[in-house]
Design a protein around this ligand. Sequence first.
Ligand SMILES: O=C(O)CCC(=O)C(=O)O
Ligand SMILES: [Fe+2]
Length: 281
Amino acid sequence: MPIQSVERTAAPDDIFAILKRDGVVIIRELIDRAVMQDVMGRVAPRLAERKTGGGEFFGYRKRAIGALFSLGPELAQLPLNPTVQSLADQVLGPTCNTYQLHATGAIQVWGGGQNQPLHRELDAYTPFIKLNPDDPEHILFFMFAGSDFTAENGATRLVPGSHRWPADRRATEAEVAQAAMPQGSVVVWLGKTLHGLGTNATDRPRTGLFFSFSVGWLRQEENQYLAVPVDIAKDLPERLQQLLGYQAHGTFLGWVDGRQSTLQTRPTALDLFEDVEGVGY
Ligand SMILES: O=C(O)CCC(=O)C(=O)O
Ligand SMILES: [Fe+2]
């Protein structure tokens, strides 16, 4: 089954319905090419400093960086895009008070490698969270095309419908579809959807920019407080600070010195946190 794709003008409810049904959806050219080129201006030099590698799990020919939101204010447009936020609200909103950035980075696939084994983002919690198709979602993943993604250059391989499968069902090649899409598009998938990077059979790299969100009561895959420390985070939009985790989840998770944590009032280190609602410690 191919991956269904929609234009960026599609209604968020319709995009959500496809994502719920198939576990994956492509939104074509969600970000203008010119904007993506600015973003790539920040990302490409950092990737160029990395060696290709990654072992069997990453197909031997990838270059990667993390800490995407430490790279510059241009990057903020991706997670703050209204369609991105609306999907995250719909998928994760019912399972948490606030969701958070989970893992971020860029993955560049060079020629001559091999397919990544199909996996689920939820696998990071094995054996503590069991795969159960009926459980609510914990993770939502966005992979933006920093370059065009094609079947030949290693576009992400995904298995539509696999978010409903039992853990022991293996995908056949006929069940795998590739997220071919022009630069600026995004492929969105659920934490339970099987996927992996593809093989690049061309002589030009494929570059994807990714971030995932998880429910705010779960341990983040990438430590966002170290990836984007306070001195960088303080200059980012307030909503992005919150997504990075500089906020509490409800009253009892993520408090500091008995207070809700935010970066909005920060004249001194000791004055980092605003007393929005003391929890009485
Ligand atoms: O780069 C891609 O296309 C997918 C990468 C991926 O799934 C991963 O690194 O977990
Ligand atoms: Fe993955």
